[in-house]
Design a protein around this ligand. Structure first.
Ligand code: RB5
Length: 147
């Protein structure tokens, strides 16, 4: 699985930790879309990661800013992206099972390192349940086309 990851200045240190964890796995390939610690406006990085995920169905994205909120709002503007802001394990699990979320957003100022790493693993390792949830995800896709 290919992972596109990005952060703003507030999320830089946390992104470094997540990349380190991902590189220790042999089932993921990580591409870092910035930033490198410099001040950057989060929509720039959200666009880079979200468009990469939208262009490569099956890939996943991870975005980190201070709260994760700005990244999630911006990423969800890109067609085909279902970005989920998560702060707990249950949400990270169920946004994969039910929403087929393809981008995980987290706040570096709201979550500790251990929780962020755990949510990342859950997000990567939980499959989409499909079934009755297919039609609901399809309705989201239709909203994108309609609006
Ligand atoms: C940057 O100070 C901060 O606004 C940003 O990281 C993020 O929290 C926005 O949602």
């Amino acid at each position: 699985m290919r992972i596109w990851i990005g952060c703003d200045h507030a999320g830089f240190e946390r992104k470094r930790e997540i990349i380190e964890m991902l590189q220790a796995r042999d089932d993921v390939e990580v591409t870092d879309c910035g930033c490198d610690g410099e001040r950057v406006d989060y929509p720039v990085i959200a666009k880079a990661v979200a468009t990469a995920v939208a262009d490569h169905p099956g890939d996943r994205g991870i975005l980190i800013c201070g709260t994760g909120i700005g990244m999630s709002i911006a990423a969800n503007k890109i067609r085909g992206v279902r970005a989920a802001l998560c702060a707990d394990a249950f949400s990270a699990k169920y946004t994969r099972l039910h929403n087929d979320a393809n981008v995980l957003c987290m706040g570096a100022r709201t979550l500790g390192s251990g929780v962020s790493l755990e949510l990342t693993e859950i997000f990567l390792d939980t499959p989409f349940e499909g079934g009755r949830h297919e039609a609901r995800v399809q309705m989201i896709t239709e909203l994108e086309q309609e609006w």
